[in-house]
Design a protein around this ligand. Structure first.
Ligand code: SF4
Ligand code: SF4
Length: 189
């Protein structure tokens, strides 16, 4: 569901004097503060299995991200183990951070049934801005934004992912694939 910001809201006199709105905001913040503070007591005492609070004990607990979430981009891997990518280079051109590097491989008639595929396909997550342009640009449904955001490293060089590291079975991407198809239909591409 898309959210739109209405920038032409006319404030009432009550809102223009700010003080009541500040008090209202402080009340909401305080409510959440005390809810979080006391919310885990029954959980710790073992009387409740779930805590009625917003925070999660990461990494033991994980947040279920919405399907529109843009984590790290990954390459779809067909059932035969090959990437769905044909190395057209559109995602590389569309990438505003210049973090995709592709070297195409051409078929001389011996390698496999594919006419063209990426010999090299690297994404440098250290400079990726997770914009999703690569996913939008791809004509082959070969690159998708996953819900994985756990890619922090101690060494930036380790954030350069190769084709083998990027490959993700197409079955694991089904929900995102459906989502992008629906969005493309909506935008009338
Ligand atoms: S998400 Fe954006 S920045 Fe990252 S690889 Fe794709 S196009 Fe480039
Ligand atoms: S991922 Fe898609 S857009 Fe990028 S090179 Fe492969 S087929 Fe082309």
């Amino acid at each position: 569901m898309a959210y739109y910001v209405n920038r032409n809201i006319k404030m009432t006199w009550w809102e223009k004097i700010y003080l009541p709105e500040i008090i209202k905001g402080m009340a909401i913040t305080s409510r959440h503060f005390f809810m979080n503070l006391f919310g885990f007591v029954p959980f710790l005492l073992g009387t409740k299995k779930e805590r009625p609070i917003m925070t999660v004990y990461y990494p033991e607990e994980q947040v279920q991200y919405p399907i529109a979430y843009r984590g790290r981009p990954v390459l779809a891997q067909n059932e035969d183990g090959q990437p769905a990518c044909v190395a057209c280079g559109l995602c590389e051109i569309a990438c505003p951070a210049y973090c995709i590097h592709i070297e195409p491989g051409e078929n001389s008639g011996k390698q496999n049934q594919y006419e063209r595929w990426p010999d090299v396909f690297n994404i440098d997550y250290a400079i990726c801005i997770f914009c999703g342009n690569c996913e939008e640009a791809c004509p082959e449904e070969a690159i998708f934004m996953s819900d994985d955001c756990e890619i922090s490293m101690l060494d930036r060089k380790q954030m350069l992912y190769t084709k083998e590291q990027l490959l993700t079975p197409v079955a694991d991407l089904q929900k995102r694939i459906e989502f992008t198809r629906n969005m493309s239909a909506k935008w009338n591409y």
